[in-house]
Design a protein around this ligand. Sequence first.
Ligand code: GDP
Length: 323
Amino acid sequence: MDSSLLATLVAVVVIVIAIGVGLVVIMQRRRPDLDVGTVPTRRPVSALGAAVRRALGSGLDDAAWESLEDALLAADLGVAASRDIVTAVRASKPEDLDSARRALADTLKAELAGKDRSLKLDGSPAVILVVGVNGTGKTTTIAKLAHKLQGDGMTVTLAAADTFRAGAAQQLRTWGDRVGARVVHGEEGGDPAAVAYDGVDSARARGADVVIIDTAGRLHGKKNLMAELEKVHRVAGGETVGEVLLVLDATGGQNGLAQVEEFSETVPISGIVLTKLDGTARGGIVIAVERALGVPVKFVGVGEGLDDLVHFDPDTFVNSLLE
Ligand code: GDP
């Protein structure tokens, strides 16, 4: 081959590789960073920052503090938390908007501090029971969590113990296929506790690291549902169940709190997953929920994709809330 042809060929190959590398770099930059602690970057989580500036922007008199309380209420923090937080910020005697905003950030962070937000993965397999009302994002959350754990090198089995809702098991199987997790299921209308038992049993037999159990979340027939959940929890291991995660839709605001209380009367909720935080400008529900239940928010859902589940990090969250 003549040397000028060879040089041209080499140049073409180098240019093609350079374009490829450039494209990969650009694609990676475009991908939103949704790793641990980075709470919603796609859409503003809150209109609170602007409301705080409006409330306190023209002086720190009584009317300003009242407006701040209204802004916190509008962000879904709930009555008691809004009042307490304003009291704490006032007590720090801020002299201007900046110091008031800093005091507010510190107070919100202190409110969320000191909770263990780690996912308990003890046991072989570790058992995670997922409960919540239909439509809150339970199934999607299970898929996202399985995806996350498998990405960390664990093998995950899913148990479709929502035998009540038509198509629930199929929905979980579809997600299972997508994330590469085995799905244990039973007959539609069958005994959910039996599916939970089989899920744990077969995960153990196959040496899976984690079993995540989906449960029914119908609102009607509440009494039966709660009795059923209690049984599923018992059969899945009772006290040895590492995590009982309650999935709550952030866009439901304070209404969700009543549901939360009902579930927590039946099973020992160990953590909250707050979904659809990308779809609300009222992130303060995190604080209201933690106050109501005394249970930590462990994850937040920030979209419909498999990577859209992030560990909840209070500092990042408060900063984005007040942006
Ligand atoms: P389930 O009935 O509780 O199992 O709820 P699904 O998992 O079927 O979710 C209900 C709807 O909420 C689906 O359209 C999901 O894509 C959507 N969804 C779930 N989590 C999120 C989230 O974090 N953000 C957004 N925007 N949508 C979500």
